[in-house]
Design a protein around this ligand. Structure first.
Ligand code: SAH
Length: 425
């Protein structure tokens, strides 16, 4: 099979001036295809997991087309409020966990860099709180095009490639004076006390699809249709495959299942790091808690696109299975969520923040835009209900080590912001 068609080039960065971001219609985003690498043995899983980040750099949808703003738009691109509230989440957790004198903020798949930019603005506004804390930013990004866009957004383009003595491939200083490093893989990011962020990242990773039949579990694979030239089709594996052996849980009750092993590995890595060095991870994506079956789909120019047509030119995505992530973190960290985006943002004080921005804006166009973007983020029929937040936290952040033996022993732990109402005291 010939490699996938080269997709068109990336569009320019989609974020606009603060509080006047893209007016979004249609749909939100998703993933990329890693369907092939020559010469492949057909049939293949819908997205082959054996292709790592290096291949993705050459073959991946993101590395060629970019996606954000072109085929889909994400919450940080819709409103500055989104990133600001996430920035507040990190400060709130940093405070609740004892205000350590340094932390790394590690973002996986930063897109255009808008989310980090909004978070850094909050860090700058709350500089008095962070004055004794060394903050550094670590971005994990495989796409050379997107990392260039991020560098422009965050540093004005003043970056150094392949800095000495660093596992990073690029380095710069934010407009607010904070060091920023770029990596291709989470394992390149230095160990240490860190807060992790993955927004619409996990749904971009490849999945395996499975179907239960009378003869047991089969893997859903992609093959060339012998009847139609250059047309792909789904086929069932004739027998069990290594993936059916390894990824289907014995207690599974669904008939169709999607599993993203790369997401599982990543969560295990984050959980190990948090267990060892402290910190927390905030994961936000559209997904479900182990209930959905067939969510693999494509988007191109904000419209649904057949996943088997013109591979590499459309954004391919599958909902994140948070029940699987929870299993992967088990024993190492506590988990919270998934909680719906509208509940998380409400708990973080989005209503109040909207009122402040409305009061501070004079013109009716900005007013309208603020209300429109608020509706996009919060409306249950738009992004409010389908996007979820999920967190990994050290056990001691959620349960006192001594609580079990002596429930009255210590004052209550502060609630984790977003997952219950915010208290910044
Ligand atoms: N978080 C951003 C962008 C989401 S798009 C937002 O919400 O707006 C997904 C991002 O993940 C892109 O930046 C893409 O280039 C990056 N990406 C996809 N696969 C990756 C991988 N395997 N390793 C690192 N980055 C990846």
């Amino acid at each position: 099979m010939a490699p996938f068609l080269p997709p068109s080039t990336i569009s320019s960065a989609s974020s606009t001036a603060h509080s006047m971001r893209k007016s979004c219609c249609g749909r939100q985003r998703g993933g990329y295809t890693r369907l092939t690498r020559g010469p492949p043995a057909l049939p293949l899983p819908p997205a082959s997991p054996h292709l790592g980040a290096a291949e993705a750099e050459h073959l991946g949808y993101y590395t060629r087309r970019g996606g954000v703003g072109e085929d889909f738009v994400t919450s940080p691109e819709i409103s500055q409020i989104f990133g600001e509230l996430i920035g507040i989440w990190y400060i709130s957790e940093w405070m609740a966990m004892g205000k350590q004198n340094a932390f790394q903020l590690v973002e996986l798949g930063p897109g255009t860099g808008t989310l980090t930019d909004d978070i850094l603005r909050v860090f700058n506004q709350l500089a008095s709180l962070l004055s004794k804390c060394d903050v550094s930013i670590h971005l994990v990004e495989v796409s050379p095009k997107l990392s260039a866009i991020q560098a422009e957004m965050l540093t004005g383009g003043k970056v150094q490639s392949n800095p000495e003595n660093k596992s990073a491939y690029m380095k710069g200083i934010s407009k607010t004076g904070i060091p920023i490093y770029w990596y291709r893989d989470i394992q390149d990011v230095p160990q240490g006390y860190s807060f992790y962020l993955a927004h619409e990242f996990l749904d971009a990773l490849p999945i395996h699809k499975f179907q239960r039949t009378e003869k047991g579990w089969h893997e859903v694979l992609v093959d060339l249709d012998p009847e139609v030239p250059d047309q792909l089709r789904f086929v069932l594996s004739p027998s069990r495959t290594p993936a059916t052996e390894n990824f289907i849980q014995p207690e599974e009750t669904r008939d169709h299942v999607e599993v993203c092993p790369e997401a599982g590995v990543l969560i295990q890595r984050l959980a190990c790091r948090i267990e060892k060095d402290g910190g927390a991870a905030l994961i936000a994506d559209y997904g479900h808690d182990g209930t959905k079956t067939d969510t693999f789909r494509g988007f191109r120019n904000h419209k649904l696109h057949d996943v088997l047509k013109a591979p590499g030119t459309a954004d391919l995505t599958a909902d994140v299975d948070f029940s699987y992530l929870r299993k992967m973190a088990e024993g190492r960290t506590a988990t919270l969520g998934p909680i719906k985006q509208r509940e998380f943002l409400k708990n973080m004080g989005i209503d109040l923040r909207l009122q402040v921005l409305l009061q501070n804006s004079r013109d009716s166009a900005t007013h309208e835009q603020l209300l429109h973007s608020f509706d996009m983020l919060m409306n249950p029929k738009k992004m409010g209900d389908c996007f979820h937040f999920f967190a990994l936290l050290p056990h001691h952040r959620v349960v006192h080590p001594t609580k079990k033996d002596n429930p009255q022993s210590k004052s209550p732990l502060p609630p984790v912001a977003g997952f219950s109402e915010l208290s910044l005291t």
